[in-house]
Design a binder for this molecule. Structure first.
Ligand code: GRF
Length: 203
């Protein structure tokens, strides 16, 4: 049985596209069971619809608290049979309720070599700092911002003359490969849900 993925998005969805394409090609033994965006206008929803995947907009503004918003996410994810939750450009901090609903089975991708440059605009932060190497990180999600146990990282060079757009594009390419390869390792059982008894290995 393919791994059932619930993908959370807020924007363009190029990582979602990489996952959908890999599922279609058969290089990823998974199925995207639903895509949920907190932003109605996210292009990622269009990508999901084109792939005939349920695309749900659940705007966070309609909820009185982070918990009630997360409860709506949990209900939708369960309804669609999601087993692992993939945050692919999802610009919300999640609550312990969502973490408890899918224990050790929520992952995120971030465009830096964490713990460097957490939060927003990581490529811009990398350029401002002047690092010569940055990259991307896939990690288990915890209650912090970009702070859970690291699963895998990929280094990306910062080139002379890079601006935010050129560096972001290079990081995105690395993200697409890294995310799919981590998900395939989850699908094949090489990466197990995070737990105190099962600390993630570094890929
Ligand atoms: C990616 O850079 C990801 O690391 C970050 O948000 C961005 C989403 O890009 N969390 P996309 O929507 O997948 O194109």
């Amino acid at each position: 049985m393919p791994l059932e993925l619930g993908v959370l998005v807020s924007g363009n969805g190029s990582n979602l596209q990489a996952i959908l394409d890999a599922c279609m090609r058969g290089t990823l033994d998974a199925r995207v069971s639903c895509v949920i965006s907190n932003r109605t206008q996210a292009f990622a929803l269009e990508r999901a619809s084109r792939a005939h995947v349920p695309a749900l907009a659940i705007p966070h503004q309609g909820f009185e608290s982070r918990e009630t918003f997360d409860r709506a996410l949990i209900a939708a994810l369960r309804q669609h049979g999601a087993e692992w939750i993939v945050m692919a450009g999802f610009m919300r901090v999640i609550t312990p309720e969502l973490l408890r609903a899918f224990p050790g089975r929520i992952i995120n991708i971030h465009p830096s070599l964490l713990p460097a440059f957490p939060g927003v605009a990581a490529p811009r932060q990398a350029l401002a700092y002047g690092v010569k190497v940055t990259g991307c990180t896939v990690h288990f999600v915890d209650e912090g911002v970009d702070s859970g146990p690291i699963i895998a990282q990929r280094a990306v060079p910062v080139l002379d003359g890079d601006d935010e757009a050129s560096l972001s594009a290079r990081i995105h390419e690395a993200e697409h490969e890294l995310f799919v390869s981590v998900l395939q390792e989850i699908a094949t059982g090489k990466i197990l849900p995070a737990s105190p008894a099962n600390p993630p290995r570094l890929a």
